[in-house]
Design a binder for this molecule. Structure first.
Ligand code: MD3
Ligand code: FE
Length: 222
C-alpha cells in the first residue's frame, strides 16, 4: 500500500490517484496513507525541530490562547500575537531562526504536490500543529501567504481528526472529512482559499503518538 518511494516516478499518471484517495474539489485531494512509509524519519526530524523551537500556544489578536500547540521549520515561520498574524524569519520564543526544513519533509511535500498536478512546489515554511484531546482549529482561511498560486500540502500523524472542508464564505456549510495517521491533503487552485477547520479532537490514543495528533502544513509564503 504505502511502499512507494518519494523519488521514483509515480506509477499512476497525474492526477490519477489510488483507489482510496478522494478528490475534494477541483484542486484538492486526500492522499490516503501517502506519508505512511516515511513516518519514522519524519518523527525523528520532528524531535530535532521541537528541541530547538518547542511547541507553544500562540495568543491570537483577539486575546484567545490557541488550543493547538505550534512550532515551525523552514526559512520562515508563522506567528500570532496581540498585534496580528504574520510570517517571520526569527522564532520570537528563541530569538533565533527557525530550524531548517528537513530533506524528508521537503521531498514528501513536493512528491505529494506533483502527484496532484502541482509541479515545482517550493515551500519555504512548514507549520507544525500539535493537538491533544479537545484541541480544535476553528473555521479559517490560510491567507497570510503572499502567493496563492502555490498549493498547500498537509500531513496528518497520530490520532484521527475530523476536518471541515468549507466553501469560500464562512457561512458555507462545511463537509466533514476524517483524516488518519499518514494521510496527506493537497489543496490549491480554486480550492486554495476555502474555509477549513478541525473539530475538537476525541481521545483515541494512537499506538505511536499516544493522545496526540501532529499536522504538518507546507506553504510557499512569499
Ligand atoms: C485547506 N491545519 O494549519 S490541514 C492550518 O489539520 C490548518 O491542523 C489543519 O488548517 C490541521 O492552517 C488542517 C488540512 C486541510 C484540510 C482541508 C482543507 C486544509 C484545507 C480545505 C480547504 C483548505
Ligand atoms: Fe489552515
Amino acid at each position: 500500500m504505502s511502499n512507494h518511494s518519494l523519488f521514483a516516478p509515480d506509477a499512476l499518471p497525474n492526477p490519477a490517484l489510488s483507489a482510496a484517495d478522494q478528490q475534494l474539489g477541483e484542486g484538492a485531494w486526500v492522499l490516503r496513507e501517502y506519508a505512511s512509509a516515511h513516518v519514522d524519519p519524519i518523527l525523528e526530524a520532528l524531535g530535532q525541530i521541537r528541541r530547538h523551537s518547542p511547541f507553544r500556544h500562540m495568543i491570537t489578536p483577539g486575546g484567545y490562547t490557541m488550543s493547538v500547540g505550534l512550532t515551525c521549520c523552514g526559512l520562515v515561520g508563522w506567528t500570532a500575537d496581540r498585534k496580528g498574524y504574520r510570517y517571520a524569519d526569527i522564532d520570537p520564543e528563541t530569538g533565533q531562526p527557525w530550524p531548517p526544513m528537513p530533506d524528508v519533509f521537503l521531498a514528501l511535500a513536493q512528491a505529494a504536490a506533483r502527484r496532484c498536478g502541482y509541479d515545482g512546489f517550493e515551500p519555504d515554511s512548514c507549520l507544525i500543529n500539535r493537538y491533544v484531546p479537545g484541541a480544535r482549529l476553528s473555521l479559517h482561511q490560510d491567507k497570510d501567504e503572499t502567493d496563492f498560486s502555490a498549493p498547500i500540502v498537509s500531513v496528518s500523524l497520530g490520532m484521527p481528526a475530523l476536518f471541515q472542508f468549507g466553501g469560500h464564505k464562512r457561512s458555507d456549510r462545511p463537509e466533514k472529512i476524517p483524516l488518519f495517521h499518514g494521510d496527506v491533503v493537497v489543496w490549491g487552485g480554486p480550492d486554495r482559499l476555502r474555509y477549513h477547520g478541525v473539530l475538537p479532537l476525541k481521545d483515541n490514543p494512537h499506538p505511536l503518538l499516544g493522545s496526540n495528533r501532529i499536522n504538518l502544513t507546507f506553504r510557499k509564503t512569499r
